[in-house]
Design a protein around this ligand. Structure first.
Ligand SMILES: [Zn+2]
Length: 251
């Protein structure tokens, strides 16, 4: 079950509420407040949600709002993954989000690029100098246009990154990919879907998507995963309510 912390400067909400999971065994520490959106997710909804602590190996999601586009920091214990890097100039905000989670650039092992558009890969150049332990991932069809000094790997259906499954979700671009964590139900979908800034989900944006038929088929593919949290590139914070039904309605 996902718990989404309130966004804002007040830090007014409990960021995470977790109990038993299949993932972690050590409940010693977890970031508990944040000034940006944070989703902590657990494997299994438990009737006891009274313990405000997260096991270190539990997947946590930090939404990095970069104006019109979003990037994400995913953390498991002392390691992190970045999904998308925003436009050029976004590096500081992403590093700040990482720091807020108690980690440093060297702790980032994976940088997933959902697709090759400039508002998703633009910050890579600023991040890669310090994220020297990271491998960059992109889908076939998009990977060849990615420039990086880091190791670059092509991934697609069946591959795993940071304990998450890679899902080919083409249409917005030929090589669009999403990542899905089966334990938490977290889907990070890039521009294969969008938010409406009000908790709703829409399909790929037809103004920037050359193959809408394929994009819609990708939405159906995502709905079939039955995600419980949907994160996307544009349209606000991750959606945590009725995600699968909303995707199915689009598809
Ligand atoms: Zn795009």
């Amino acid at each position: 079950m996902a718990i989404l912390a309130a966004c804002g400067s007040s830090g007014s909400s409990t960021a995470s509420t977790t109990t038993s999971t299949t993932a972690g065994t050590d409940s010693s520490a977890a970031p508990s407040t944040s000034t940006t959106d944070e989703v902590a997710a657990e494997a299994d909804p438990s009737p006891d949600t009274s313990t405000p602590a997260a096991a270190p190996s539990e997947l946590q999601l930090q939404h990095v709002a970069l104006g019109f586009v979003s990037a994400y920091v995913l953390v498991r214990g002392t390691e992190a993954a970045i999904v998308d890097t925003g436009v050029e100039g976004s590096g500081d905000a992403i590093n700040d989000a990482l720091s807020m989670m108690g980690l440093a650039p060297a702790d980032v092992r994976h940088i997933v690029l959902t697709h090759n558009h400039g508002d998703h890969v633009g910050g890579l150049g600023e991040l890669e100098a310090a994220m020297t332990n990271a491998t960059v991932y992109a889908g076939a069809g998009d990977v060849d246009s990615i420039q990086t000094s880091l190791n670059l790997a092509q991934v697609g259906d069946g591959d795993e990154v940071f304990g998450m499954g890679v899902v080919g979700t083409p249409g917005h671009t030929v090589g669009s990919i999403s990542v899905f964590d089966t334990d938490t139900g977290l889907l990070v979908a890039g521009d294969a879907i969008n938010g409406d800034n009000e908790g709703g989900i829409t399909g790929a944006n037809p103004n920037f998507t050359p193959d809408m038929d394929t994009a819609n088929a990708s939405v159906a593919k995502m709905a079939a995963l039955a995600p419980r949290i949907a994160a996307f590139g544009h349209g606000g914070a991750p959606v945590t309510e009725d995600v699968t039904a909303k995707l199915a309605a689009i598809a």
